[in-house]
Design a protein around this ligand. Sequence first.
Ligand SMILES: *Cc1c(COP(=O)(O)O)cnc(C)c1O
Length: 402
Amino acid sequence: MKTRTKLVNLGRNPQRFEGVVNTPIVRGSTLLSPTLAHWQEKNRRQAEDDFGVSIYGRFGTATHHALQEALTELSGGYRTMLYPSGLAALASVLTGLVGAGDHILLTDSAYAATSQFLQTTLARFNVSFTRYAPGIGAQIRDLIQPNTKVVLVESPGSETFELQDIPAIAKEAHAAGAFVVMDNTWGTPLFFDAFKHGVDVAIQAATKYIVGHSDAMLGVATCNQRAWPAVRDSAHNFGQTCSPDDAYLALRGLRTMELRLRQHWASGVQIAQWLEERPEVERVLHPALPSHPDHELWKRDFTGAPGLFAIALKPIPEAALHAFIDALQLFGLGVSWGGYESLALPFAPVGREYTAWPYAGPGVRLHIGLEDPQDLMADLENGFAALQECVALSAPKEVALV
Ligand SMILES: *Cc1c(COP(=O)(O)O)cnc(C)c1O
């Protein structure tokens, strides 16, 4: 089956639920068995990670299991675990794969909260980490220590959008017995096949494109067979669970995910190209544009690009950045992304060793939503007009870096 057909059909079994098209929201803590033999059989199947049975709400009900099965099938992994947020998935997976004295290799452009988790919580448990330049490729072998258990990759990186040569990194990591854990929130299983490229655990903030409507928090980790037992046990030991309502929203999101992503992709590229011509813009950081330094890797490994990218503005006074953002009517100002609506968020990467912001002007991360791109460009044009007006009125020396 092609992806679009899978997205319509995965995780649905109408005849199990009186014929309703969508797997219903099954709420439950206790799940009763009619006989002791039935109870024992269910427990035996649960121990084998059979998602067709539910023995306790903490391990999920039919709604969760439908989503887990759908995501596993979509990603080509072995099993999928669900979490209350994307960050919970990252934290739980890492905790499952390392112990005291172990070491993690972390891409320098990782999501900031991932770095924070390593710097604070895991450091207290004597797990060390080393940052590496995202473009390191096979040279990662020089950084692998005897105690390196995980190489964490994220491609493209948060905010700065560097791509990584995941197969080259995975080859070295596996030769040393380490796991490759990927934050695949940007690529999603639709645009980046993590398992084909050597990843052991593919994590996504389902909050973003899977849910797709900015109305639920959810994390997912799809594992290969080697990583699964440790990832499962960590989630179970920490009592990780999410609500069936949110799992339902994620299942609903899957049905339109391909259509939405295709539009995010087309509109995103159109607007990114338009921005490259704008005099206010120093640089557009979009992997699907030929001007991106890692564009060849994107062409080699990805099958699409969602609506998230960044621009570096030319140096402007702080007030002009405010004028730009405040003039936008269609682009909302807020964190997260992957919903149907557009967002614009100024940022400045912090704590980076190899990927510090090289531009004199501020960065603005854009999420291109499902609005008409002409309307979005008109909105940005209004923003640029307000920016220009402010620049004309300001003293030339004060420069905004966010
Ligand atoms: C948003 C995001 C996360 C965290 O997801 P939450 O659901 O907000 O916890 C992790 N990684 C990346 C790349 C993200 O953009």
